[in-house]
Design a protein around this ligand. Structure first.
Ligand code: GTP
Ligand code: MG
Length: 218
């Protein structure tokens, strides 16, 4: 399913823009790091502005280049997020299952996204991250007695995702997020199957049609 990273930029049929959004420290960069590099870095630094990754995946006989924007959760970079949201085909909203405040902010993120993309204009996914910590309140409080610890239960996460018509995943980047690959694949499939969601970007075909750009051909 996954092509050798060296193949990136050589041959693909279409491009899909994916953006990750959510509060600071929900694990956006960690999720992308395990997805792309199969690495979890405990000492990862907070994202400034945004970071870009790419990956080629195959669906049936077609190759899709995923252009993935991992945005910054910090308030001071928020105004820049609109640049990364613009023209996205897939938007993934993240929260930390141990910090309910990050879940409670999701309606704001959705409203903000829709103010840029319009309604029903992209495929949505919701990820509740840090599942490995669900029973670790004691350890967390021992390290920092002021740390927030209020669990978001699975049912609430699932219900919220249903309400906004999004795919839902609870996972742990720390444990390698083994379900993430299938989750993103499902979002990509949905984007391909529902052209109204996939038509925001300009898809560029480089296979047998070098350099020619093809609009609205998802
Ligand atoms: P910003 O870039 O500031 O918006 O944060 P972010 O959402 O990209 O979070 P990041 O990936 O930088 O992770 C924040 C902290 O949470 C880091 O210390 C990570 O090591 C930790 N972390 C991320 N994912 C997990 C997880 O699944 N479990 C645990 N226990 N820690 C995690
Ligand atoms: Mg980050």
């Amino acid at each position: 399913m996954i092509k050798d990273p060296d193949e990136i930029d050589k041959k693909y049929d279409k491009q899909i823009k994916i953006v990750l959004l959510g509060e600071v420290c929900t694990g956006k960069s960690s999720l992308i790091n395990v997805y792309i590099n199969k690495l979890f870095d405990e000492k990862i630094t907070s994202t400034k502005t945004a970071s870009f990754s790419k990956k080629i995946i195959q669906q049936k006989d077609k190759f899709y280049k995923l252009n993935i924007w991992d945005t910054a959760g910090q308030e001071k970079f928020r105004s820049l997020n609109q640049i990364f949201i613009k023209d996205s085909n897939i938007v993934i909203f993240t929260y930390d299952i141990t910090r309910k405040s990050t879940f409670n902010e999701l309606p704001w993120w959705i409203q903000y996204t829709e103010s840029i993309l319009g309604e029903n204009a992209a495929v949505f996914g919701v990820i509740g991250n840090k599942l490995d910590l669900f029973d670790k309140e004691k350890e967390i409080k021992e390290k920092d007695e002021e740390a927030e610890f209020e669990l978001v239960n699975s049912e609430d996460g699932k219900k919220f995702a249903e309400e906004i018509n999004a795919e839902f995943l609870e996972t742990s980047a720390k444990e390698g997020a083994p379900e993430l690959e299938d989750f993103i694949y499902k979002l990509v499939e949905e984007c391909i199957e529902k052209p109204e969601f996939g038509l925001r970007s300009e898809f560029v075909s480089l296979r047998g049609d070098e350099g020619k750009s093809t609009k609205n051909c998802c």
